[in-house]
Design a protein. Structure first.
Length: 161
């Protein structure tokens, strides 16, 4: 399947101005907003502290140390992942909110089915009540009409909000 050409920056800017909620990846964090990224870091830290407390309660200082090291490795990996797309090439991203896990999952499935149909697959991350979609084209590197079409479909799948 022939890939469309990379869009000009002005074409992408015009599309973004007509589609609120979408931003160039890097303008908004990969998770949708700096506030959301901060909230997730706080949850991970709370989880880490809870795991260390549990390991300590079981009487295993070694286990607490291991859990802390695993958390640190995970945190560094997540920070690397959060900056990876923006540094490689241009992308657009949006985080969608939902009332519960199953609604977020249904949205991800709808976006995934469209991706299969068009043979253009975004990065998708979802958790309870949230789904983040990142579109970019790897060959050629940049944004193409396929990315904009996929983003519009994601908006539609979310109910046009």
């Amino acid at each position: 399947m022939a890939r469309p050409p990379v869009l000009s920056s002005s074409d992408v800017d015009a599309w973004l101005s007509a589609h609120p909620g979408w931003a160039r990846d890097g303008e908004a964090s990969r998770l949708g907003s700096e506030r959301e990224a901060s909230r997730l870091r706080s949850e991970r830290e709370a989880s880490r502290l809870g795991s260390e407390h549990e390991a300590s309660r079981l009487g295993s200082e070694h286990e607490a140390s291991r859990l802390g090291s695993e958390h640190e490795a995970s945190r560094l990996g997540s920070e690397h992942e959060a900056s990876r797309l923006g540094s490689e090439h241009e992308a657009i991203a949006r985080t969608f909110s939902f009332p519960d896990f199953s609604t977020a999952l249904a949205f991800v499935v709808r976006v995934g089915l469209f991706a299969e149909k068009t043979d253009h697959h975004p990065e998708i991350a979802f958790t309870w009540g949230k789904a983040t979609i990142v579109f970019s084209t790897h060959e050629p590197k940049g944004l193409t009409q396929l990315d904009l079409d996929g983003a519009e479909h994601a908006d539609h799948a979310h109910g046009g909000r």
